[in-house]
Write a protein that binds this ligand. Structure first.
Ligand code: FE2
Length: 440
């Protein structure tokens, strides 16, 4: 009886010739099997071939080889790295086998990345774990992602070391974050809320969108901006809440040189008189208390709304529970949100806050800035006639100023350089407008 050899190919080898040909070549599995069978025939040996993407099928085929194959040649593909089952099957049938690979299994990890470049980690301790994590993350080719993760790892580890974080506290934190994620829906953004109540949202906006005088300062986006707002012409009534106190909002828009800006896209949103945004009503018909407008040729925009009221941020979820533990209230002072977009100008997300609101100095999300406080005015006879609202009704007026994108970008970069120097973070360079370590 002639001898028989079984060739087994594992997962993805059926794609040979088409899968990443720069690594695996353009020869197909059928080509390989035909060539092997021809060579075997020339030697008077019987050649069986088998390919499967399934671990169990490969194990079954190894078992079937008992008694009818004298040798096995196997390329288990990715199972080389992970399958104890395949390894046990080969040992179990006691058929001599040869393991082959197209690429080097020693230099290629199961995800296809080169193994040789992975640094060796050993003897991990409280003191060296941070360096080791940063060492292995340091392979990241994106310099900004690498830098951000390096700093994040450093601060997270220092936080654990400084607080002597207990396992129980760590699990409590993870469970809290899990609940925050589970609370998020299409219309509820608990993670933004969490960022807001930690002051992180305001901090990031202030860093990323510096607004030099006389440009209008930015503030938090908040969790209730939606993309459902409909375009509305100047003069539109954007709030249909009959219980709200009518209010004319009359504003101008200019650049830092005082030139009126026409055609600026303005996204506006506020709550109803009960302190709820439209998206907080499960059975709502459509968007309300929000609109997208454009400034006119004189850089003016105006609309009819209601006097904003203070309101509680959503507090029936994990963020509300955290505020309760911290003995913090969950109110925001009365405000109207605005978002401005115009080509060549820095994006402005801001809000106007009513002065003397009971929560003016304790905003749950840290959004209030002195320059964004306004006094509620009164519509004059002339304004009443011009804008079609009753004389004596409430008036919000404000002159917004947008800063040019180039100026804002330049200031952000200058601020970044100064901050890096102040923090003593070593030699840094700017990469796509953001700081990264300057390494050769
Ligand atoms: Fe708000």
């Amino acid at each position: 009886m002639s001898q028989a050899i079984l060739i087994i190919n594992g997962p993805n080898l059926n794609l040979l010739g088409t899968r990443e040909p720069q690594i695996y070549g353009s020869t197909t599995l059928a080509d390989v099997e035909t060539a092997a069978k021809q060579q075997a025939a020339d030697l008077g040996v019987t050649m069986h071939t088998f390919q499967s993407n399934h671990e169990g099928a490969i194990i079954d085929r190894i078992h079937e080889a008992r008694g009818n194959c004298q040798y096995i040649i196997i390329n288990a593909g990715a199972y080389t790295h992970t399958s104890v089952g395949v390894r046990d099957a080969l040992s179990g049938v006691a058929i001599p086998f040869v393991e082959v690979h197209i690429t080097s299994a020693q230099t290629t990890a199961s995800n296809g990345l080169p193994k040789a470049e992975v640094p060796i980690l050993k003897d991990l301790t409280i003191d060296n774990i941070t360096d080791n994590v940063n060492l292995i993350n340091g392979q990241c080719p994106d310099p900004r992602l690498k830098y951000v993760l390096e700093r994040l790892t450093q601060h997270l580890h220092d936080f654990a070391r400084e607080t002597r974080l207990s396992h129980e506290e760590w699990m409590t934190g993870l469970q809290f974050l899990t609940k925050v994620g589970q609370t998020c829906t299409e219309v509820r953004q608990e993670f933004i809320l969490l960022s807001d109540i930690f002051g992180l949202s305001l901090l990031v906006d202030s860093i990323d969108h510096p607004k030099p005088p006389p440009s209008t300062e930015g503030t938090v986006l908040g969790p209730f901006h939606s993309h459902e707002a409909q375009p509305a012409p100047n003069g539109s009534l954007i709030s249909h809440d009959p219980a709200g106190e009518p209010c004319l909002v009359l504003c101008t828009l200019s650049n830092t040189a005082g030139t009126p800006l026409a055609g600026v896209k303005i996204d506006i949103w506020e709550t109803d008189s009960h302190g709820f945004y439209d998206v907080q009503y499960p059975g709502r018909d459509g968007p309300d208390q929000r609109a997208v407008m454009q400034s006119d040729e004189q850089g003016v925009f105006w609309f009819k709304a209601i006097v904003p009221v203070p309101y509680p941020i959503p507090h029936d979820g994990p963020v509300g529970q955290l505020l309760m533990k911290l003995r913090r209230h969950w109110f925001r002072p009365a405000h109207v949100h605005f978002m401005f977009e115009k080509e060549g100008y820095d994006h402005l997300i801001t809000a106007l806050y009513l002065r003397n609101d009971p929560y003016e100095t304790s905003d749950a999300v840290f959004g209030v800035k002195e320059s964004l406080l306004i006094d509620l005015g009164t519509v004059s006879a002339e304004q009443a006639q011009r804008y079609g609202v009753p004389e004596g009704s409430k008036l919000i007026s404000y002159d917004f100023v947008l800063v040019g994108k180039a100026e804002s970008d330049g200031l952000r970069e200058a601020n970044a350089r100064a901050a890096m120097e102040k923090l003593g973070l070593g030699k840094m360079r700017m990469w796509r407008g953001l700081p990264v370590p300057d390494v050769d």
